[in-house]
Every structure is written in structure tokens, then in C-alpha cells.
Design a protein around this ligand. Structure first.
Ligand SMILES: Cc1cc2nc3c(=O)[nH]c(=O)nc-3n(C[C@H](O)[C@H](O)[C@H](O)COP(=O)(O)OP(=O)(O)OC[C@H]3O[C@@H](n4cnc5c(N)ncnc54)[C@H](O)[C@@H]3O)c2cc1C
Length: 546
């Protein structure tokens, strides 16, 4: 080894790149927001941690990854050309196709030159003297602009379980949300999957096809429903392309922007045989029909919910060879639909295979990850590969991971310690000119429909400011209180808000996230839009402009 003479250290002065707006994140939200701000003639920079566009569909390359929204209800609706030029191949497209789709849109509108990839933003500071946000990346580069738009994703901050010895494992280890680009094979390998949420269910079904032996570690089972995916035939393709206006109208009018809408009857309005027939029809219908298209009292009445839970439990029992395993797979601590319902394609049958074993870590918790496998209270397992399907620090996690400081120097994360407080899920008091897409307290559901609405709302607000030569916008405290109260009110009486899940802000793998908060707006998307439309129509009196 040669040694070089010591150099005098001069601090590197790096230029700050200046823009009209900065967008953090190049998923469905960031890409569309960039397109809209270009229409206003603005100089915009998008800062993205990954090396490509797509967000969720860039990172989640795990086997079996696909969405549960019908493809044609998920894609963007804003461009008639894109709707006609792009052809979805399946009713529920797999991840590679959706990643290609977002690339297709970004290329078509020439958006990529405005995106800086491999750029993870570590800090954002509001600078009162210049009226700009200063953003700094993990590697020390800086950008500034009057507007900061966060498009960092509701499910994009992956979390690993807090288990002793996790770094000691010498085999292959992957988190589903950080899946590598290189090929991963399971043939002949002893594979462990930890986690049985929506992602775990997809992963397990796929890995079980080829793994030498698969062991699934389940903390709690979820209620799953068959997806009923299939290829889109040429006739269906023609029908879809001709029906886009009707498809999006249906999404716009439904409670959560899906093609499925709540059935306008209570569970006990129907006689038992009629009720059973209705549930059977929804079970056999594609996608979220049994969840989003169920009786209107499913989420508010324990008795009603018990009827549907019992229906699904019977379905699970009928599909399983071993009654003991069936009971392990039937949730006992929450009712159907009160946590995210995973969609499955042969999930339960996987446990009938001789190469698959289910281990309940509620009964025998994992004590540690060892260099060669996993040790539970009861057994020592040896593995070639461990897959963590342990999800995300949801909704606020990706914002919490950035050190965001507003006008009074307060950190956003500290301000939200007891739960988020927002105006329309878009603004936060004392964080001027910061506009959030798919943040907490906004309508979610079939998310791209809410993304398009929020992006259009934000774009209208910025256009309004440019017209009126205002340079600073902040939410009035009374508007924030009113919206936050409204969001809390909407959550009252919902069975889903009595259950620990990422939807109630609980994640045992994240410090400080063991108490339920109201991070999610649980009202209808049309009600959200009515309120947000009224704000714009009334000249934004809830906001303070300077
Ligand atoms: C496996 C999976 C399946 C899903 N299925 C459905 C479905 O069926 N229907 C549905 O409606 N929704 C589904 N979702 C939710 C999905 O996240 C949304 O539909 C949508 O893709 C969100 O888009 P987004 O652009 O807001 O966020 P994302 O797609 O998450 O993009 C956020 C981007 O921000 C970047 N980023 C985050 N922090 C930083 C930082 N500090 N610096 C720089 N860049 C940063 C990330 O790298 C990422 O690329 C699913 C999510 C997952 C994980």
C-alpha cells in the first residue's frame, strides 16, 4: 500500500441548483405532478432515490407482485392517447408490466430528463429569508425552490422485523420491497418467508411452486379472497378501450375509487339464502368485490361482519386438507375487511403441498435469526434463503425518514408525534409551500384515482398563486383543526379502527408506532373531493397567502 502526502482540507462548496418547484419521488404521483407543472411552464426537478420511475412498481420486484386494482381502473386517465396506445395484458397486471407502463408514460411526455435518479433526499428546510425550500441529498447535493411537493409514497419505507441476530444470517436474504434486479431462484432451496400480509400471500404462492422446501412464519393470518385474474382477450381489450369514460366515471362515483361499490343494503335485509347467494357471487367476482362491494354495514356492525367472516372461514376450510392448518389460517382476532384484504391465486392450496410448512409465531415466537436459519421458542430451522415480507412504515414513514423542518424550525416528525394534523392531507401549518401527494388524511382507495385528483388540486393552487403573484401559502390553524377533526370523526364507529394494522398507524417493527393513530382518512372519496373542490371554489379562504 502506498501513502499519499496529506492534503490541506478545503471544504467543498457545492452549487445549489435553483428551480420553481421540487418534487421528491418519481412514482405514479411524482410523474404526473411533473407533467402538470410543465404545462404551467415551470422549471421543475424531480428527485428520486431509485434508478428508474415507477415507485412501488420499481421497488417491489418480488415474485408474484401485481396490483389488486383492475389494470384499466389503475392506469392514468388524463391522456386519451395513453389510454388508446397502451394495452394491459391481464386484468391485474404483474409488476414488470406496470413498471413498463410508468416508463412508457414518462418517455411519451419527455419527462425523464427532468428527473434526477439515485438521489435520496435526507433533509428539507424552509428558508424564510428567501421563501424557498432547501433540499439536501444523502450524498450532500442541494436544490432549492419556492415549492416542495412530496410524492414519497404511502407504502415505500420498508421495515425489517426487530429480531435479534438479523444481520448474522449467511444465506440469501431479501426484503420484498427492496427486491434485487438480478434473477433469484428457489429451485431446491430451503426458503423461509416471514409475513403473511398482501405481499407475503403473493410471494408465498409463487415461491411454493419451485422451492425445495418453504417454511412460512405467520404472526397473524389475514382474510384473503381469490383474485380471479386472467389474460385480457382481444374482444375485452376493444371493449375496455371503448369504455374508458364509463370506467373512470364508475371509479369517480364509488366510495373508494374502485370499480366495486358498496352494496346499498344491510346484511340482514336479505334472507339467509339470498345473502349466501350474494356473498358467493362477490367471492367469485374479480378483485375486491367481496370487500369493496359488500353490504353497507360490513365495516360498522359486528353482527354483519361476523356473517361475512363466517362465509370466508367456510371457504378456507373447504380448500384445506388439514383442518388444523385451516384453523391456523382463519383469523380469530379481527373481522373480514378490517385489515387490508390480500388477493390470492391458489394461496390456501399451497399449504396442501408436501414441500410447504406453516409455523405460527404467535404460538412459538422467533427468538433469533442465526447464521444458518431461524430459531423459534420450539425449534431450530436451517435455511438457504430468508424472505422478509414484513411491509412498510406506512403513510407517514417515508416523510418521517426525511428531516423536514418548517417555518419555526420544528421537525414534521415531532409535530406529528401524536398523529398527523393536516389540511386536506395536502398541507401542514408552518410548512409553507409544502404540498403532499398521497400524504396522511387524504382519500386513498384505488390510489391513482386519488393521485390524479390531488395533483390536479395542487396544480390549480399553484396556478392560482402565480396568477395572484403570491409567493407563500400556509394552512390556517383553524382549517387544520377542522380537517383533522373531520378525519377523526369519519373514523368513528369503523371496525377497522379498532384493529392494529398499518391502516391505524401501528407497526411493531417501528419504534414509537405501537399506539393507534388516525393517519388515514376513512370517509368516501366523493366526500373528500366535494370538500376540496369547495375550498378552491371559495377562493381558498382556509389558506393564508403572502
Ligand atoms: C406491493 C404493493 C401493491 C400495491 N397494490 C395496489 C393496488 O392494487 N391498488 C392501489 O391503488 N394501490 C396499490 N398499492 C399502493 C401504491 O403504493 C400506490 O398505488 C401508488 O403506486 C403510489 O404511488 P406514489 O407515486 O404516490 O408512491 P410510490 O409509488 O411509493 O413512489 C414513491 C417514490 O418516492 C421515492 N422516495 C421516497 N422517499 C424518498 C426520498 N427521501 N428521496 C428520494 N426519493 C424518495 C421512492 O423511491 C419511490 O420511488 C400497492 C403498493 C404495494 C407496495
Amino acid at each position: 500500500m502506498t501513502s499519499s502526502p496529506a492534503q490541506p482540507s478545503t471544504p467543498e462548496v457545492r452549487p445549489v441548483s435553483a428551480h420553481d418547484a421540487l418534487i421528491v419521488g418519481a412514482g405514479m404521483s411524482g410523474v404526473y405532478q411533473l407533467y402538470r407543472l410543465h404545462e404551467l411552464g415551470m422549471n421543475v426537478r424531480v428527485l428520486e432515490a431509485g434508478t428508474g420511475v415507477g415507485g412501488t412498481w420499481y421497488w417491489n420486484r418480488y415474485p408474484g407482485a401485481r396490483f389488486d386494482s383492475e389494470s384499466y381502473s389503475y392506469g392514468y386517465s388524463f391522456s386519451k392517447e395513453v389510454l388508446q396506445e397502451w394495452s394491459w395484458s391481464e386484468h391485474f397486471a404483474p409488476q414488470p408490466e406496470t413498471e413498463r407502463y410508468v416508463n412508457f408514460v414518462a418517455d411519451k411526455f419527455g419527462l425523464k430528463p427532468h428527473i434526477e435518479f439515485k438521489t435520496r433526499i435526507a433533509a428539507a428546510r424552509w428558508q424564510e429569508d428567501t421563501g424557498t425550500w432547501l433540499l439536501t441529498s444523502e450524498d450532500g447535493r442541494s436544490w432549492q425552490a419556492p415549492f416542495l411537493i412530496t410524492a414519497v409514497g404511502p407504502l415505500s419505507a420498508p421495515t425489517l422485523p426487530r429480531i435479534r441476530g438479523i444481520d448474522s444470517f449467511r444465506g440469501e436474504a431479501y426484503h420484498t420491497g427492496l427486491w434485487p434486479k438480478h434473477a433469484v431462484t428457489f429451485e431446491g432451496k430451503r426458503v423461509a418467508v416471514i409475513g403473511t400480509g398482501a405481499t407475503g400471500v403473493q410471494t408465498i404462492t409463487e415461491v411454493a411452486k419451485t422451492a425445495g422446501h418453504l417454511t412460512v412464519f405467520q404472526r397473524r393470518p389475514n382474510w384473503c379472497k381469490p383474485l380471479h385474474n386472467g389474460k385480457i382477450t382481444p374482444d375485452e381489450q376493444a371493449e375496455i378501450k371503448a369504455s374508458y369514460p364509463a370506467i373512470f366515471k364508475q371509479c369517480e362515483e364509488s366510495f373508494a375509487c374502485f370499480l366495486h361499490n358498496i352494496y346499498p343494503h344491510d346484511t340482514f335485509d336479505l334472507a339467509p339464502a339470498e345473502r349466501e347467494a350474494f356473498l358467493e357471487k362477490q367471492y367469485q367476482t374479480r378483485g375486491f368485490a367481496l370487500w369493496m362491494g359488500n353490504f353497507r354495514d360490513l365495516m360498522t356492525s359486528r353482527e354483519a361482519n361476523a356473517v361475512v367472516s363466517d362465509f370466508v372461514a367456510r371457504k378456507i376450510r373447504a380448500r384445506m386438507k388439514d383442518p388444523g392448518v385451516a384453523e391456523l389460517l382463519i383469523p380469530k382476532d379481527h373481522g373480514f375487511g378490517t385489515r387490508r384484504v390480500p388477493m390470492e391465486s391458489g394461496y390456501y392450496e399451497v399449504y396442501n403441498q408436501p414441500n410447504v410448512e406453516l409455523v405460527s409465531i404467535a404460538d412459538t415466537p422467533i427468538e433469533e435469526i442465526t447464521p444458518t436459519g431461524i430459531r423459534t421458542m420450539a425449534r431450530n430451522f436451517e435455511f438457504d434463503m430468508i424472505i422478509y415480507a414484513t411491509g412498510f412504515d406506512a403513510i407517514t414513514g417515508s416523510l418521517d425518514r426525511i428531516d423536514i423542518r418548517g417555518a419555526n424550525g420544528q421537525r414534521l416528525k415531532d409535530k406529528w408525534k401524536g398523529g398527523p394534523q393536516t389540511f386536506l392531507g395536502i398541507q401542514v401549518e408552518h410548512f409553507p409551500n409544502m404540498l403532499m401527494l398521497v400524504g396522511p388524511h387524504t382519500a386513498l382507495g384505488n390510489i391513482p384515482r386519488s393521485i390524479e385528483y390531488n395533483v390536479d388540486w395542487v396544480t390549480r393552487l399553484i396556478a392560482h398563486m402565480r396568477r395572484h403573484l403570491s409567493t407563500r401559502v400556509d394552512a390556517r390553524p383553524e382549517a387544520v383543526s377542522a380537517w383533522t377533526d373531520f378525519v377523526h370523526e369519519k373514523g368513528k364507529g369503523l371496525l377497522s379502527n379498532e384493529v392494529d394494522s398499518w391502516m391505524t398507524g401501528v407497526n411493531q417493527n417501528v419504534e414509537g408506532k405501537n399506539v393507534r393513530t388516525v393517519a388515514r382518512y376513512s370517509g368516501s372519496a366523493p366526500a373528500y373531493r366535494r370538500r376540496a373542490d369547495a375550498v378552491a371554489a371559495n377562493g381558498y379562504s382556509e389558506l393564508r397567502f403572502d
